[in-house]
Design a protein around this ligand. Structure first.
Ligand code: 5AD
Ligand code: SF4
Length: 483
């Protein structure tokens, strides 16, 4: 536990990994480095494969940071790697099946190359029944560790390399916060910055609260210093991550709200854009929407998943809001930010017991919200969640038809949305070369739309005002606005 840090808000119930513990991991990191230099002439290669959400992408960047420190270089080719690590996702069955398939495919490679280490980590591995299945059915896997053991990866890897026994590390705790783990980022202009971990919501379909532990917020000063570091390294788009960013700071004393954090970051010097995800409608406040509208560096993009448009289903999902409350938030956001606002959402189709009539309410909400983009999923039962125990009479094929209805509708909405942008000017970040022709560059709007325009490569990595001249199907065509 961390107390008195000179007046700052501190987490009083969260275990923060101490500097001494992290120092111990540095020692294991050098031990691995020594072993590697004895075993291999050149830097051995590591292949890090990531499944699932942005939090996993962020975790994998820390795994790569630790591996880099241990003396590994990197490859995307599993068959060239001396270490293959899968950072897994447990949110839907499909993601789990892919992991099992891909791990199985490594069996031959491992048998032919016994010095190769196969490691599995992340949300799926935090579940006991999965770890047990790996233990029984995949004897060639050397190391399995859950989400709460990420910061001790150097120690676990050293043990797996030096001991003849397989290593399974699944601490049954509510989670920790570890500051100062090395990081190796995938992109040099776009960065992920977790501001909190875990989830306390227990939506009845969701496995996340069981595998990611309780909500815990990083201290403002730690977030600000990482943010400033990113800006000084030239990062232009920084996405704040949390399962439910609207709960940020509730566990700190004195409390800090997510809006306050946004205002602090918005006031920092530099040319950058702040994004955030995910917001939960239950905790999304009018104050947050006003903050988005008022802070010039905060993108006017709101990822606010509604999951269902039917109040009975929302209640059965334990979402804590109604369709009406959701619409009130969206309408207020539109009032404040007008055409600048871009809304995206997640939807689950075929929750246990959902009828076609109830599903129709989701379809009608899709029509009302007119989102820029939707992430749609067919319900997938997850071991240990309340929904997995509920009657689920509708067939998967039927649910797939419902999903297709939503996708059809959203396609029409997206085409209409694109047309509405004709003639408008957006502040965009120029991300790289475009696809429409040799001289074209691609730029991203606040709402994550891509506009392509003709321009010289020196504009890559800058913000430009770009006017839309022609909406195409998936991209907008534009030109730099003349003053
Ligand atoms: N089945 C289908 N979709 C799910 N999601 C979470 N759990 C499940 C599940 N059991 C979806 C939700 C969430 C997104 C990240 O994944 O829509 O917002
Ligand atoms: Fe899962 Fe609900 Fe938490 Fe999101 S808010 S991670 S859907 S339990």
């Amino acid at each position: 536990m961390r107390f008195d840090t000179g007046g700052e808000s501190v987490a009083v119930n969260t275990r923060t990994v101490t500097k001494e513990e992290l120092g111990r991991q540095k020692m294991f990191s050098s031990k691995v480095e020594n072993l590697l230099s004895q075993r291999y002439q050149d830097k051995p290669l590591a292949c890090v494969v990531t499944y699932g959400c942005q939090q996993n992408v962020a975790d994998s960047e820390h795994i790569k940071g630790m591996l880099d420190e241990m003396g590994y270089a990197f490859t995307d080719d599993r068959q060239k790697a001396k270490l293959v690590i899968f950072n897994t996702c447990a949110v839907r069955e499909h993601a789990e099946d892919r992991v099992f398939g891909n791990v199985g495919a490594l069996k031959k490679y491992k048998l032919a190359n016994p010095d190769v280490i196969i490691a599995l980590c992340g949300c799926m591995m935090q579940q006991k029944h999965i770890a047990e299945k790996i233990r029984q059915s995949f004897p060639f896997v050397d190391l399995v560790f859950g989400t709460h053991a990420l910061h001790i990866f150097p120690e676990l890897l050293f043990t797996a390399m030096t001991r003849r026994k397989r290593v399974f590390e699944l601490p049954d705790i509510d989670g920790v916060i570890a500051e100062g783990i090395p990081v190796k980022r995938d992109n040099d202009s776009k960065a992920w910055l977790p501001i909190m971990y875990g989830c306390n919501n227990f939506c009845t379909y969701c496995v996340v609260p069981y595998v990611r532990g309780r909500e815990r917020s990083r201290q403002v000063s730690d977030i600000v210093s990482e943010f400033e570091q990113l800006v000084s390294e030239g990062y232009k788009e920084i996405t704040l991550l949390g399962q439910n960013v609207n709960s940020y700071g509730k566990d700190l004393e004195p409390k800090v709200s997510f809006s306050e954090l946004l205002r602090i970051l918005n006031a920092l010097d530099g040319d950058f854009r702040i994004r955030f995800m995910t917001s939960h409608p239950k905790d999304c406040t009018k104050e947050l929407l006003e903050t988005m509208a008022q802070c010039d560096k905060v993108a006017t993009h709101l990822h606010l998943p509604f999951q269902s448009g039917n109040n009975r289903v929302l209640k059965a999902m334990n979402r804590g809001y109604t369709r009406e409350k959701y619409l009130e938030l969206i309408n207020y956001a539109k009032e404040l930010m007008g055409d600048e606002l871009s809304v995206t959402s997640d939807i689950i189709v075929g929750f246990p017991g959902e009828t076609y009539e109830e599903f129709k309410d989701t379809l009608s909400l899709v029509k009302e919200v007119k989102a820029t983009g939707l992430f749609t999923f067919i319900y997938s039962p997850r071991v240990g969640t309340p929904a997995a125990e509920m009657d689920d009479p509708v067939s998967h094929d039927e649910k797939a038809k419902w999903l297709a209805e939503i996708l059809d509708e959203q396609e029409k909405i997206s085409a209409q949305n694109m047309k509405l942008h004709a003639g408008k000017t957006f502040k965009c970040y120029v991300v790289g070369k475009g696809k429409l022709g040799d001289n074209y560059l691609a730029a991203r709007t606040d709402g994550n739309l891509i506009i392509e325009f003709e321009g010289g490569e020196r504009l890559i990595g800058t913000f430009q005002n770009i006017k839309v001249i022609e909406p195409l199907t998936f991209v907008l065509k534009g030109e730099i606005e003349k003053n």
